[in-house]
Design a protein around this ligand. Structure first.
Ligand code: GLV
Ligand code: MN
Ligand code: MN
Length: 438
């Protein structure tokens, strides 16, 4: 069954919008802390620069643009085309994603969702009496979230958590690799920590949140499909683990006297793979691993490593963490080591709202009229800002094909043609939502 398109714009307008998205992805990739790679972390000079660019692009569309109290770049356009675009207090549909990156990142994760949102606003505003392609009962806001990845402070979704009113004052003590606290970083960026609560939005101010994102996995590429409806987003927990043994002479210490923290931590990392791979839809990753004192002729006395654990359901994820902890007890006990874990991030699974799944599905259907079947529905193992925003309003997501499923890597890709499909599908979704009775 095929939905009739609501967006009356010629295909070359969509192609031009997609080209602009691709060019802007390149432009943003040049805003980096390390030349030759893409690296843009929370509260850095690069963060300030991309916010300024995004603000400029929002204003160019007639949006009011501001940076909120948590460093998110926001834009808003009211439902009526009056001279003061923010005169009304109408609730808003939020569109967006994030502009921060992992280290040595690709150019599209998060970024493409913000840029697609800008093109959607451009396309659904047309020169009619009201200024909109269909009468809009809500304002449209674009959110360029400031910290989805948690690259700098280990805790992900800081920007969107502030918007969701979920800020936790314990986070002020988090530190980056140089020992700079989150509080200090706020001050250095020009933000006032005591005002972070002002970034919070109330449920009655919002209609919902729609996010376009690359899949960050291979399912669409394997299925030969450009777009998918997202059903839910994985529940996640992140830990900093410490293994303590004894640093001793690498030559003089016989095996029966060694308490090698690196060997214990390595066994633990293998246990993560063994236990998670046996479970349905659970993935665990040790992404950071540091041995101390880090000398060739000293047995490692201490290892610090990270664990990122994700699952479709919170209960399964927690059961797997308990199983891992039992395994770590056994490994460390056998090797005469101590271990401890500090949880730095926890996010429950978030389910996309049925209505928003329906409008995204209809948006895809009207975009790809050759489809014989329903668009694919995918559960996201990657985390997204929609997870945090889900605690304040309904969320929906649209995935774009990510060739070879490679992401968090410089080879991350998306085609201009799929971006064009994504723009059209998201615009159609927004127009459909505008026509929903409320
Ligand atoms: C963010 O990309 C995450 O899923 O870690
Ligand atoms: Mn992302
Ligand atoms: Mn990411």
């Amino acid at each position: 069954m095929q939905a009739t398109p609501l967006l009356g714009v010629p295909p070359d307008a969509i192609a031009a919008a997609a080209r602009r998205v691709m060019m802007r992805c390149e432009e943003l990739a040049r805003v980096t802390a390390t030349v030759g790679t893409v690296e843009r972390v929370y509260l850095s000079p690069e963060h300030a620069r991309v916010n300024r660019l995004a603000a400029e692009w929002m204003r160019e569309l007639g949006m009011r643009a501001w940076q909120d109290a948590a460093g998110n770049q926001c834009g808003r356009i009211a439902p009526v085309n009056d001279l003061d675009p923010d005169a009304t207090s109408a609730p808003a549909l939020m569109l967006g994603s994030h502009l921060d990156t992992v280290l040595d990142a690709g150019r599209y994760d998060g970024i493409v969702g913000v840029l697609i949102a800008l093109e959607v606003v451009r396309l659904v505003r047309v020169p009619t009496a009201t200024g909109w392609a269909v009468p809009f009962p809500f304002a449209v806001e674009i959110m360029a979230f400031s910290d989805e990845e948690g690259t700098r402070f280990g805790k992900a979704l800081l920007g969107s958590s502030a918007v969701a009113g979920q800020w936790n004052d314990a986070w002020w003590q988090l530190t980056d690799a140089d020992g700079v606290s989150l509080r200090q970083a706020f001050l250095e960026f020009g933000l006032d920590p005591s005002r972070v609560g002002e970034a919070a939005r109330r449920p009655d101010e919002l209609v919902g949140y729609l996010e376009a994102h690359i899949e960050q996995g291979p399912e669409l590429d394997r299925a030969g499909e450009p777009l998918a409806v997202v059903s839910s987003i994985a529940s996640a927990r992140r830990f900093h683990l410490l293994v303590e043994g004894e640093a001793r002479h690498a030559g003089g210490t016989p095996y029966d006297m060694r308490r090698d923290a690196l060997l214990g931590a390595s066994e633990a990392a293998l246990a993560v793979e063994r236990i998670c791979a046996d479970e349905h839809h659970i993935v665990g990753t040790v992404g950071r691993f540091d041995a101390f004192p880090g000398a060739v002729n000293v047995i490692p006395g201490e290892v610090r490593f990270s664990l990122d654990l994700r699952g479709e359901f919170d209960g399964e994820r927690d059961r797997v963490w308990d199983a891992l902890a039992r395994d770590f007890d056994e490994i460390m006990g056998r090797r005469g080591l101590r271990w401890s874990a500090r949880e730095v991030h926890s996010a429950p699974a978030v389910f996309c709202a049925p209505l928003l799944q329906d409008v995204v599905r209809a948006g895809i259907d009207s975009t790809l009229p050759y489809r014989a079947e329903e668009p694919p529905v995918i559960f996201s193992r990657a985390g997204h800002d929609a997870m945090a925003i889900g605690s304040v309003t309904d969320v929906g997501m649209l995935f774009l094909r990510n060739p070879d499923g490679i992401s968090h890597h410089p080879d991350e890709a998306v085609s201009a043609q799929d971006v064009a499909h994504g723009i059209r599908a998201l615009a159609e979704s927004v127009l459909r939502l505008a026509k929903e009775p409320r």
